[in-house]
Design a protein around this ligand. Sequence first.
Ligand SMILES: [Zn+2]
Ligand SMILES: [Zn+2]
Length: 251
Amino acid sequence: MFIIEATYDIDELLRYNFHIHTTFSGCAKPDMILKDIVAEAERCGLEIIALTDHSNLGDNLRVVSENTPLLREQLAAVETDVKVLIGSEISAYGVGKYSETKEFCETLDYRLYSQNHYHLSFWEQPEDKSPRGYAVHMLAVLEELFKSGRADCVAHPFSGGYIRTLSEEEKLKVPDCITDNELGDILEKGERAGCAWEINAGEFCFLSKFSKRYWDIGREVGVHFNFGTDGHTLKNVDTRGFAGIIKDIIK
Ligand SMILES: [Zn+2]
Ligand SMILES: [Zn+2]
């Protein structure tokens, strides 16, 4: 389901931050407490934020279904004009494989799906472990995800940054292995499934060559883009610092 109207105005996209982790994600800094995140969002003039803690499998992991009611309780105690969505960064860890049931996902305000956390032990790996092999695997995971109708947005799409078996140089090649036709096709399938595509601040700037293609084809197809900083510390709640570099990449 789309949260905002489709827009290609960067300043408008940056009024929202759809990817923020709280201390319920093991990787977030201790300052990521709901009330402080909301205060920082308000200070930065953000209109909507989404809290997207990781949903993973395995031992010693925090459980999103247990944390969600706690975040809702914390939110109820905060007075703010910022619209706060309690969501999750859910793992689509293989073709048709998800870390949460569809029933639970439907209780969330925002369902952001990761399709490329290949560094995690439970993640399905493709048989073909070349950059192209990983790209094809990501496309297959997304295709199935869109058929399931589960997702509101795809997190850091096509980034190869989490693939442990590839060299730094090969990781960079992963998104470039996707042809324009494949990209247009999958972007359109996401749009038809009511799923937005993330402009992940870090990855979008890092993969600037691919990002330009992603933006241009996405715009041509008419997709919804959602911006997110993937904030793990309070100073990453603010989106405004990314305006210049993003405008530079897409021009
Ligand atoms: Zn992620
Ligand atoms: Zn994240």
